[in-house]
Design a protein around this ligand. Structure first.
Ligand code: B12
Ligand code: SF4
Length: 585
């Protein structure tokens, strides 16, 4: 008989550094990492199949650095304790997380620990650039293996190469995207999920999007063909989670409306909800034409969707055309948003600032049009960023345009490229101002009024408003990077920056924590009071305004949405011409 050996796998999802150089880490993060769940599910399957031989027990540990401090010395000690056997996997590393990922890798490599890195930075760069850009040689110098592509069906090989000490410098599967049917589903044990708020988990029901937006990295990494999990896979992962008490999920497909299997998946989720009593609560991401798919919105409601994220991006058709996002028709925005409102589902829209036609003035104007005329609840602003892996980035890189050299800043909150009409500081300033313009007290009250009138879950709306109104202003971070109670440690400062004296660091940290929590509690109290006052108002149910008014025949003449830009006027004229030609006018 041979003694059993342990092969520890440490799955680390790195965070990134804030503007002061400290790792962004929270007591509770907002959303668990789906990339980590995907890798955990695949690694657990490898462990179950004993892919390193019957005498080797694979042990998996996951660390999401947004809610867990990475104990590098501890990992090294455990690697040595296992007889210098094991692997560190840097998981789902985005461009903004790449510098931090390398900082984690450095001491591990120095101690002889094998390290593999995967995710959108490596995959996007290999898909679009020359194999060295941007900064991929840093991995080669450190001896960190790179994995490009998706690892369903490929982790066995990586683990066995690591176990035999023969990791290749590069695993490139970019030309060979795996099918997802029957693949191990994303999964995280409850102990990990509990480190994020609201005990909700995530899965991707599919990958790939047919569109070709020029700022998008996803199509160049995951492809344009729809690949999907089957309804049986989805049922399996829902039941697996329900067995540990988890019934809320973020379905991370970038565009679930273009998942060719959406209906079968919704039907199965409806069954689980209506027949098996699993109280599903879902958030999905869709495009602006989803309401035109027969039954899509209605089935989403029955399947348990409570929040929907829409890639609205802009209200100026000239900007949408510049980004090759022609599928976004501003003439459909109100109809689409009202369709979700009719089901009592909270809408969140992504909105990009810094398209070629944007100036500070036009951005201010457009935000005020959105507030008045679009029945939208939440908006998330992003700085237009040439993310490595996108067509925008490739064009600028090929043309030799000076781009921001610090990858840590490619977090869609920092300006990384020049703009034809705005200076860097102007662009940064309007990005920050946009948040306070949209989440003004007056507009938050309007959103609460609209929420009561359209039957939205008010406590959920209040929580979202609190987070979205506060994170940029108080934490100086996008809500997608937000969490509850910011944690910091002097040892987590970026190595390029000088360490701070603990005598300065800790008192400042304590003061920041107290003032931020006080501001947060103040806002929550105000929102709850406003929400109560609105709910108790006898006229609340009949409240209406320009945004909530059903789409009318002549609204193209009355609404600023259609009359403030030449692009908008042209879009309306185009729709009218088509209607005349097809006789549907
Ligand atoms: C869900 C999601 C989030 C969630 C959760 C984060 C997560 N990664 O799970 C939240 C909302 C928190 C989030 C936030 C942000 N996100 Co995000 N997010 C996504 C989204 C939609 C899905 C991620 C996912 O689960 N994909 C499915 C998994 C299975 O794919 P994967 O991560 O690539 O992993 C596969 C392979 O890469 C490989 N692999 C990955 N790691 C490893 C490691 C090893 C060792 C091996 C062998 C293989 C391997 O195998 C995996 C399985 O096939 C992606 C877009 C997308 N379609 O992926 C954007 C995306 C990753 N996000 C992006 C960005 C920019 C952000 C933010 C910076 C935005 C912001 N300012 O708020 C923040 C960063 C905060 C953070 N802490 O992550 C960008 C990154 C682009 C880039 N080049 O860097 C993407 C690609 C979207 C885009 N706009 O282009 N995000
Ligand atoms: S619709 Fe979304 S996922 Fe599809 S190409 Fe455009 S940005 Fe990318």
């Amino acid at each position: 008989m041979t003694a059993e050996r342990r092969f520890p796998i440490f799955l680390i999802k790195p965070s990134h550094y804030d503007d002061d150089g400290y790792v962004i880490r929270w007591w509770r993060s907002i959303i668990p990492s789906n990339s980590l769940a995907a890798l955990y599910g695949i690694a657990a399957d490898c462990a179950e199949r004993r892919v390193l031989g019957p005498e080797v027990a694979i042990e998996i540990e996951a660390f999401d650095e947004t809610n867990t401090r990475i104990d590098i010395a501890g990992i090294i000690a455990r690697f040595h304790a296992a007889g210098d056997f094991g692997l560190v996997a840097l998981v789902g590393v985005q461009s903004n997380q790449y510098p931090r990922a390398l900082d984690i890798a450095r001491p591990l490599r120095a101690a002889g620990v094998p390290v593999v890195i995967g995710g959108f930075h490596v995959s996007g760069c290999l898909a679009m650039l020359d194999g060295s850009a941007v900064d991929l040689d840093a991995c080669r110098e450190l001896g960190v293996s790179m994995f490009a592509g998706e690892c369903e069906g490929r982790l066995d090989r990586v683990l066995s190469d690591a176990a035999y000490g023969r990791l290749a410098p590069l695993y490139d599967f970019m030309q060979d995207l795996p099918g997802l049917a029957g693949a191990p589903p994303p999964f995280l044990p409850k102990a990990y999920v509990a480190r994020s708020l609201g005990l909700s988990s995530s899965f991707d029901a599919g990958r790939g999007c047919p569109y070709q937006c020029s700022f998008c990295t996803i199509i160049n990494v995951q492809g344009r063909k729809s690949r999907f999990r089957t309804e049986d896979d989805v049922e399996r992962l829902v039941r697996l989670n329900w067995a540990q008490g988890i019934h809320k999920f973020f379905i991370t497909d970038d565009n679930f409306a273009r998942n060719r299997h959406w209906e079968a998946i919704f039907d199965r989720l409806i069954q689980l909800r209506e027949n098996d009593g699993i109280p599903l609560g879902l958030m999905i991401q869709v495009d602006t034409l989803c309401h035109k798919i027969p039954n899509f919105v209605e089935k989403a409601k029955r399947a348990g969707v409570t929040r929907v994220f829409i890639g609205l991006e802009n209200v100026n058709p000239d900007n949408l055309a510049a980004a090759n996002k022609r599928q976004n028709k501003i003439t459909e925005y109100r109809r689409m948003l009202l369709a979700w409102k009719a089901e009592g589902i909270i809408t969140l829209a992504g909105y990009i600032l810094g398209f070629p036609a944007d100036t500070s003035e036009t951005i201010r104007r457009d935000i005020s049009i959105i507030q008045r005329e679009l029945p939208l609840d939440m908006i998330e602003f992003f700085v237009l960023t040439p993310l490595p892996g996108s067509e925008d980035h490739r064009k600028l890189w090929k043309a030799g345009v000076a781009l921001e050299p610090d990858l840590n800043k490619y977090d869609v909150e920092h300006v990384c490229a020049p703009h034809p009409k705005m200076s860097k500081s102007e662009w940064e300033a309007i990005y920050r101002e946009a948040w306070s313009l949209y989440y003004s007290p007056a507009h938050m009250k309007t959103l609460l009024r609209r929420g009561v009138a359209t039957g939205l879950p008010m406590s959920s709306l209040v929580k979202l408003l609190a987070s979205f109104a506060m994170s940029v202003q108080v934490e100086k971070l996008h809500p997608l990077q937000d969490g509850i109670v910011r944690l910091k440690h002097p040892s987590e400062r970026r190595p390029e920056l000088p360490p701070e004296s603990p005598w300065l660091f800790w008192p400042r940290f304590a003061w920041e924590t107290v003032t931020k929590q006080a501001a947060f509690v103040r806002l929550i109290v105000r929102l709850v009071l406003w929400s109560r006052a609105v709910s108790r108002d006898p006229a609340a149910a009949s409240y209406t305004d320009a945004a909530l008014t059903p789409v009318g025949e002549h609204e193209d003449e009355n609404l600023d949405l259609f009359n403030q830009t030449t692009g908008a006027k042209a879009a309306v004229a185009h729709i009218k011409r088509i209607a005349e030609l097809t006789g549907s006018a």
